[in-house]
Design a protein around this ligand. Structure first.
Ligand code: UDP
Length: 321
């Protein structure tokens, strides 16, 4: 069986990726420091607890497992936090990823799948974003991810590292069987917060900003189902194994939903009034981020199955309950 090193494999997207890898016949080796991940989410392969800032520990893990590829999910990913603690973001995202990429090259593991983000684009003012859209990140989260993309390209030229860079839009939903779910402490993401209100764990949800230049004044995001996202990762892995070289793909549904629309859909699905309180804008938020995924559809043959808002909320709700 082929080993794949999955950093952040105990986290939300990483654990879903491990399940998909296992089902596809790979052995996903989770590498996670458990700061934001969950040991009980590591169910589909071996677990190596460690931090990707620790080069010696990485060398040891690469030597023992000899993975055919790395899937690198481990990162800090909250825009609000990135605005307040940029140093942590640069260290945990850029410095740690550089340490991991160097260890992969030392070990001769030259296939690398990287979780980047639509935050590399900054505020693109309503245009549908694709791989060619100019990048202008407006927070340390997006800026640190863009820098890692540069590192991957540089290492490609210098050492033959082959990378697939996936720029995710807003990942949502959960494993349709309910086996895995999205869990963050504290939770900051919109859909799980709405469901926490429905479960009685919170009184209300705050809507961050209602004076954006969007039809209803709230931010527009493109939500993509985690199951569709990990399907793209498997296609990306096979692309690299087939020797097809480095590439960049945006992954989204192509549909934008405002915060108010997401709230309304969640109310319909869970049958709870979900009270809202209007609040100030969250620093670092772009008004609208909507993805054009033609490149992934055409080149990877990716075909999203569950990235419709009602399905994503239903799957998240089932898993949360
Ligand atoms: N949002 C909100 N209230 C919340 C959490 C999020 O209004 O309690 C908004 C946020 O400003 C953004 C959208 O919902 O416009 C999605 O935010 P989330 O944190 O889920 O993902 P992000 O866009 O930061 O990746």
């Amino acid at each position: 069986m082929k080993n794949v090193l999955v950093t952040g494999g105990a986290g939300y997207i990483g654990s879903h990726a491990c399940k998909a890898l296992k089902l596809a016949g790979y052995n996903p080796v989770t590498f996670d420091n458990l700061i934001t991940g969950w040991a009980d989410a590591v169910r589909f392969g071996p677990f190596e607890q460690g931090d990707i800032l620790d080069a010696a520990r990485l060398d040891d893990v690469f030597a023992r497992w000899q993975p055919v590829a790395v899937m690198h999910f481990a990162a800090l990913s909250q825009v609000g936090e990135a605005m307040q603690e940029p140093g942590r973001y640069w260290r945990s995202n850029l410095v740690a990823s550089l340490t991991l990429i160097e260890a992969a090259v030392r070990a001769g593991c030259l296939n690398f799948v990287f979780s980047s983000t639509c935050a590399v684009y900054g505020d693109r003012d309503g245009v549908v974003i694709d791989e060619n859209t100019a990048q202008a990140p407006i927070n340390a989260y997006g800026a640190s991810k863009r820098a890692i993309e540069d590192v991957l390209r540089n290492f490609g030229h210098a050492y033959g590292l082959r990378s697939i860079i996936f720029r995710y839009f807003n990942v949502a939903g959960a494993d349709p069987t309910g086996e895995l779910s999205e869990r963050h402490l504290p939770e900051t993401h919109l859909i799980p917060i709405l469901l926490e209100v429905a479960k009685g764990q919170r009184d209300h949800v705050k809507i961050f900003g209602s004076d954006y230049a969007t039809p209803d004044g709230t931010c527009i995001r493109d939500y993509i189902h985690v199951a569709d996202l990990v399907d793209a990762h498997l296609l990306g892995l096979r692309w690299l194994e087939d020797g097809r070289g480095s590439n960049v793909f945006c992954l989204g549904s192509g549909h934008g939903y405002s915060v108010r629309q997401v709230v309304e859909e969640a109310r319909n699905i869970v049958g709870h009034p979900i009270p809202v309180v209007m609040a100030d804008r969250r620093l670092g938020d772009a008004a609208s981020l909507v993805c054009g995924s033609q490149h992934a559809l055409q080149e990877l043959g990716w075909a999203p199955q569950r990235s419709l808002l009602p399905i994503m909320i239903e799957d998240a709700w089932r898993a949360m309950r």
